[in-house]
Design a protein around this ligand. Sequence first.
Ligand SMILES: N[C@@H](CCC(=O)N[C@@H](CS)C(=O)NCC(=O)O)C(=O)O
Length: 209
Amino acid sequence: MASKLYGSAISGNCLKPAMLLERLGAEWEWVAVDILAGEARTADFRLKSPHGRVPVLEPRPGVFLPESNAILCYLAEGTPWLPDDRLDRAQVLRWMFFEQNNHETSIAVSRALCNGYYDAALDPEERQERLRQLRGPGLAALKTMESRLRREDWFVGPGETIADLALYAYTHTAGEGGFDLDSFPGVQAWLERVESHPRHIRLADLLRR
Ligand SMILES: N[C@@H](CCC(=O)N[C@@H](CS)C(=O)NCC(=O)O)C(=O)O
C-alpha cells in the first residue's frame, strides 16, 4: 500500500520527504494540508502530529511519523541515501541537526516572514527587526555550507545523501528570505547538482499532485 504524506506545497520541510520518495521511485500519496488556514493545528490533526505541524508520513494505515528529518531517516534506511558506516551515518545526522538548529531557524523563518506566512499580524517595523536579527545567523549558516561545498560536491562522502536533501529544502528558497546566493558559488553549484537528479521534484510539483 502506498505511503501517505501529509504536507503543504509552501513548505520546504514537506519537500524533503517528497524529494526522497520520488528519488526512491516509491509509490506515495500526497494529502494537502492548508497550514495557513490552521489545518495542522486542529485537535484531529494533532492525533497524527502532536506538535501540530507538517510533514507527517503515514507509512501504514493509522501509523504516523512527523518531523521531516525523522521521515528522511526512516525512508532512507537500507539505501545509499543513509550510509551503513557508523561514522558516515553520524556525519549525515550532524548536518541534519545543523539544518534544524542553525539553518531552518534563520533561512526558513526569514522566508516565512518575507512571504507573510505566519506573521501577517506583525507590524512592518517588528517584521524588519526580526529579519535584521535573523540575517547574521542565516549568513553564518550559508558560510558554513559554502566552506564544505567549495571543497566537496556533497555534504557526506562521494554521493548525495539525505543530508543534502534536508539542506536543499530551504537553501533553494533562500532568496525569498532576502539572502542573495551570489557570494556563495559553492552553494549555487551544489543546488544545481541536487536539481540535476532525473527524478527531482519541486514545491510547484506538489501543488499539482
Ligand atoms: N521540525 C519540524 C518543523 C515542521 C514545521 O515547522 N512545519 C511547518 C511548515 S514548514 C508547519 O506545519 N506549520 C504549520 C503551523 O505552524 O500551523 C520538521 O522538520 O518537520
